[in-house]
Every structure is written in structure tokens, then in C-alpha cells.
Design a protein around this ligand. Structure first.
Ligand code: DGL
Length: 271
């Protein structure tokens, strides 16, 4: 199947986290149509086994291929860590595949040599050791300190990040010894840009935060351009938002990011 430049960009995550990346993609590439899949029925991914995340990811890739997507962006660190190679092999020549980890690693290689860099993410992302391995492979003297922060994604997904209780949870994670000496902190979960201000406040603005959304959007643009697949004219198709289960918080966040007129479509992965 030949890939068409006017086809949509497929983006997926367990829930609302990937919307932070989708928003940047749309900002940078306003001509493109996006098809977003939020796997709300299986959220959170971060606590699931690698095999389960791989099964969900391949199933979603299948949906996005059926939607004729020219590129699949795995807008989830947990799925990028557990299933990138598998999704790539599965999709083969039907679409391009991008993850959210490689663009951040190459950004660190360009701008943060010799630093002590912290990473916070889900259990899957941290225990997979993917960031550590890729950063060590750069060989630029970056010391990585990783910390799993499993309560944060469900807290954000449920909208609790706007309440006072979240301040204590954030402080109890970020105060851990692992993050004592860091100069830079990678937000290794696409949900975390939604608590960026609370994190900066905890560190009194003394560290640099790396929010992958913009860097990832840029690598999507570069890859499409390299392959001659950037949409030449503005699409007339509406963006689509598919969810494996309907949740109020997903709908609210999507409206906040993409405007009141959006409609969620329920798309169960297994019937
Ligand atoms: N937003 C996801 C990530 O980047 C998943 C969070 C979760 O579902 O646990 O890891």
C-alpha cells in the first residue's frame, strides 16, 4: 500500500497524556489531520506487564492503519519503551512509526552533555531501562538518575492534579534522594506536562525541565518531510478522537486542548 501525504497522522496513548504531544503536532503542522486513540479502558499502562502493553499497542496500531494513517506516533513513554520495535515490525511499510523516547535522548545528547539528568516516569518506563541504555550509548558523560512515579499519571488522568492533594504527592516523589543532585529533569511520561508548573515550583525553578512534546512534534515533521509526506494543502477532514472507553475527564481535557466542538468516538479494542 502506498502511503499518501494527505492521509492522517495517528497518535496514541493510554489516555489524555498523548494529547500534550498531539497539541504540539497540530501547532507545528496545522495542515495535517490527526486521528487520536486514547486507550482509556486499559489505563494506566505504566503498571501493566510488557506483554499486555505490547498487545494493546499492536491492536491500536491496527486501528490506526485501518484509519489509513501515514505515520503512527506512540505518544506514550510506557508503550514506546515496551512496544516500539514490535509496532514498527508489525506496521512494516504501511506507515512510519515514531516513539517519544528517541527524540528526547538525541536532545540530551545535543544540549546536556556531562550533566546529571533525572528521569521520572511510570514503572514500565523506568524499569525497562530504555532511557538509561540509550543515554549511555550516546557516550557524552550524562549521569542518569531514574525514579518511578506511578501515582502521577492516574492522578492527572482523573483531574486531581488541579487539587491540593497533588502537591503532597508530587513533593513526596520529587524529594527522594535519587533526584537530589540533578540539573535537568526529563518528564518521561506524556501526562506530566500537565503538572509542569507544580514540578517547577517544587524545584524553585532551579532545574531545567524537559517536556518532550515540542521535540517529538519536530521529529514527526522532520520524518514526514524527509519522506515527502507532509500534507501539501490543509486537510478538510476533521480530527478524530477515538477512545476504548468513554470518560468525562478525557472529554474535558480534549475539549480544553482542541476546542468545544470535538466529539469522542467510542472504539472498543476487543468486542
Ligand atoms: N502517558 C503514558 C506515558 O507516557 C502512560 C501513563 C500510564 O498510562 O501509566 O508513559
Amino acid at each position: 500500500m502506498a502511503i499518501d501525504a494527505q492521509s492522517p497522522i495517528g497518535i496514541f496513548d493510554s489516555g489524555i497524556g498523548g494529547l500534550t504531544v498531539a497539541r504540539e503536532v497540530k501547532k507545528l503542522l496545522p495542515n495535517e489531520q490527526i486521528v487520536y486513540f486514547g486507550d482509556t479502558a486499559h489505563l494506566p499502562y505504566g503498571d501493566k506487564s510488557t506483554a499486555a502493553i505490547q498487545a494493546y499497542s499492536v491492536k491500536i496500531a491496527d486501528v490506526l492503519i485501518k484509519e489509513k494513517c501515514k505515520l503512527i506516533l506512540i505518544a506514550c513513554n510506557s508503550a514506546s519503551a515496551a512496544a516500539f520495535d514490535l509496532v514498527k515490525a508489525y506496521v512494516a511499510s504501511k506507515a512510519l512509526v515514531v516513539n517519544v523516547i528517541d527524540p528526547v535522548v538525541s536532545f540530551l545528547g545535543k544540549h546536556h552533555n556531562g550533566e546529571t539528568v533525572g528521569l521520572i516516569g511510570t514503572k514500565q518506563t523506568v524499569t525497562s531501562g530504555v532511557y538509561l541504555q540509550k543515554v549511555n550509548n550516546l557516550g557524552v558523560g550524562i549521569q542518569m538518575k531514574s525514579l518511578a512515579t506511578p501515582l502521577l499519571a492516574p492522578m492527572i488522568e482523573e483531574g486531581f492534579h488541579l487539587q491540593n492533594i497533588s502537591k503532597d504527592i508530587i513533593a513526596s516523589y520529587l524529594g527522594q534522594t535519587e533526584l537530589k543532585e540533578i540539573q535537568t529533569l526529563v518528564l518521561g511520561c506524556t501526562h506530566y506536562p500537565l503538572i509542569k508548573n507544580q514540578i517547577l515550583e517544587f524545584f524553585n525553578g532551579k532545574i531545567e525541565l524537559i517536556d518532550a512534546s515540542e521535540t517529538v512534534a519536530r521529529s514527526v515533521a522532520d520524518l514526514l518531510k524527509f519522506n515527502g509526506l507532509l500534507a501539501e494543502k490543509k486537510t478538510t477532514e476533521k480530527d478524530k478522537f477515538l477512545v476504548s472507553d468513554y470518560t468525562v475527564s478525557f472529554e474535558e481535557t480534549t475539549k480544553l486542548f482542541f476546542g468545544k466542538q470535538i466529539k469522542l468516538q467510542k472504539y472498543p479494542l476487543w468486542e
